[in-house]
Write a protein that binds this ligand. Sequence first.
Ligand code: OAD
Length: 234
Amino acid sequence: MTQSLVILTGSGISAESGLGTFRDTDGIWAKFDWQVLATPEGFRTQPENVHEFYNARRAGLKKAEPNAAHFALAELEKAWIARGGDFLLVTQNIDNLHDRAGSERLIHMHGELNKMRCEHCGYIHEAFDEITVDLPCLNCRQAGGLRPHVVWFGEMPLEMELIYNQLESCDLFVAIGTSGTVYPAAGFSQIAKQVGARCIEINLDDTETSPIFDEHRKGMATQAVPAWVAEIVG
Ligand code: OAD
């Protein structure tokens, strides 16, 4: 049995929970300008607009529930570890649906919608409600420095050393609901392949990185993920 498993998820796993994907025809970046809403420059020049966008997404997340795919991955984590395996779930999603489904060995490499960070003192706070430009930091008390604790284009994703260490020793790599267009996450399959891991892609469609994968399971995440997990967990 394979021992070390790394799973990468993207917005496709949360699509059936009602949260939008980014690059599908009706995706978030078809409706909103990522250059304003997902870059440090955009936040510097239009902080009110950036807060408004993430405040709306935070409100939307309160109405969303984890789906069968999120729950299946939490079940897989428990079963895999019980059998002595090594497990890591890396998500590009800033929603908290994996957490709420029970996943524990989880890295949010693009940050978390329910956290904010103070640019003055670096303190990271929980953020379940609206953030405004005049909100003071609970730690240093200064206003004007709070930003969503999310990774924007041009910024370094979180916990990369830990992720690369796991990838370099994995036996099985599985990418679920991600288009394979945003680096460094889009390069994970290549690394896994190079170290000899079996690579499985679960997605509605082909992606930029599909040719790298050994196995393709096409379908909606809420069906394809529980079906794959059932085969492993038995
Ligand atoms: P994309 O919108 O680029 O890709 C979503 C993928 O999910 C596509 O390949 C779809 O085919 C697939 N998909 C859609 N619905 C699905 C379903 N029900 N079941 C299975 N698959 C489905 O989103 P990401 O790859 O997550 O980063 O985007 C990566 C990053 O780009 C995001 O984390 C975000 C964005 O800009 C930042 O904001 C830094």
